[in-house]
Design a protein around this ligand. Structure first.
Ligand code: DSN
Length: 409
């Protein structure tokens, strides 16, 4: 990490962050470590360029290169998800993407149905404090409180009762594959459009590791920085029918100038995700997560849904005399970055919670393997059962030293 002499204060902070990342392990399921090429594109000259509009139809001059960059990102996005007609690569984030899509498809005062936040859904799926919960009449489906699995009959019941314009399939904290064919059928029964939000499993779906919503969803949104391992940002894929409305809703509807440097970095990441090396990575992410879940279960922990199909494992801490917030705090002292997370039927608030969520996307980028997952499971169990996290720090450091972050060290 270069230390720019013009601003030692700020670049000192960046150096500290690089050091923090290198010497801790991110088990936050929504984080990853992008490549040096992605970071370089993010920090490129394109940060200076205004390019309001879309390729070939901009409101500023000098967009010849920006046009090519954006087209390249769009082409590669569609190669990653063949079958979708159009890619909008301008959404600044996953939430911005969902705001744009709902505005286009539900319309003012429209009705939407999504998964409850407490069951694993996302804020932007109609949570009351989100604009999506204020602008639209939102109803939610949950999961089975015992198994933690989606109940499609409950989804159908909520959709039949609420008759939304848009049904949202997708979650922030659901470790299992979603049956998009069934969700499509449920939406069709009331003439609703289907939005699949694949923010978390995007990289796994692009690699064929998990079932795809393409062919079922009218619109697919995702973030580019989780399992897709790109820069922080959003991506929207649409059918031909939805393309015009969605583009207009992103710009000029909800955004101004696109972040062209970020779009360039998305293009780099999409190119990387098209390689065999990325497919091997995605397979390893899943294998690692399955192994981690198994090891945790063998050591007596309750795993929500009994396991995982993805990169994510959710642990139910009820009955263990420790909260998600406690474990998150202990993890920081040990060098493991994890997040507290609600579990189905959680009696505690989102700031405390009865669970933790861990993910294998970032550790797998460091090359961590099944043995490393076994060690991480032992560290997590120790964190939960023995409140002496500092004692675990040397073991975490050994893993960090053995598996440096590519491009950071
Ligand atoms: N904050 C992301 C996550 O952690 O799942 C979703 O926006």
């Amino acid at each position: 990490m270069s230390h720019h002499p013009s601003d030692p204060e700020l670049f000192g902070l960046l150096a500290r962050e690089a050091d923090r990342q290198a010497n801790t392990i991110s088990l936050i399921a929504s984080e990853n470590h992008c490549s040096a090429a992605v970071r370089e594109a993010c920090a490129s000259v394109l940060t200076d360029k205004y390019a309001e509009g879309y390729p070939g139809a901009r409101y500023y001059g000098g967009c010849e290169v920006a046009d090519q960059v954006e087209r390249l990102a769009q082409e590669r996005a569609l190669q990653l998800f063949p079958g979708m007609a159009h890619a909008n690569v301008q959404a600044h984030s996953g939430t911005s993407a969902n705001l744009a899509v709902l505005e286009a498809l539900a319309g003012r005062g429209g009705r939407i149905v999504g998964m409850k936040l407490s069951a694993g859904g996302h804020l932007s799926h109609g949570y009351p404090m989100s604009h999506t919960g204020k602008l639209y009449a939102a109803e939610h489906y949950g999961v089975d409180p015992e198994s933690g699995l989606l109940r499609y009959d409950e989804v159908r019941e909520v959709v039949q009762r609420h008759r939304p314009q848009v049904v949202i399939a997708g979650a922030s904290s659901y470790p299992r594959a979603i049956d998009f064919a069934t969700m499509r059928g449920i939406a069709d029964e009331v003439g609703a459009l289907l939005l699949a939000d694949i923010a978390h499993p995007a990289g796994l779906i692009a690699s064929g590791e998990m079932p795809s919503p393409v062919g079922y969803a009218d619109v697919v949104t995702m973030t580019t920085h989780k399992t897709l391992r790109g820069p922080r940002g959003g991506l929207i894929l649409t059918t031909a029918d939805c393309q015009k409305k969605i583009d207009g809703s992103v710009f000029p509807g909800g955004q101004g100038g696109p972040l062209m440097h970020q779009i360039a970095a998305k293009a780099v990441a999409f190119g990387e995700a098209l390689t065999p090396a990325f497919r091997s990575y995605a397979a390893a992410v899943r294998t690692n997560a399955a192994h981690l879940a198994e090891c945790l279960a063998e050591q007596g922990l309750k795993i929500v849904t009994g396991g995982t199909d993805s990169h994510m494992v959710v642990v139910d801490l009820r009955g263990l005399d420790v909260t998600g917030a406690d474990v998150e705090k202990r993890g920081l002292a040990a060098g493991l970055t994890i997040n507290k997370n609600m579990v189905p039927g959680d009696p505690l608030s989102p700031r405390v919670t009865s669970g933790i969520r861990v993910g294998t996307a970032a550790p797998t980028t460091r090359g961590m393997d099944l043995d490393a997952m076994t060690e991480i499971s032992a560290l997590l169990v120790a964190l939960i059962r023995e409140p002496d996290p500092e004692a675990l720090r040397p073991r975490v450091q050994r893993l960090c030293d053995a598996f440096p972050i590519p491009g950071i060290g």
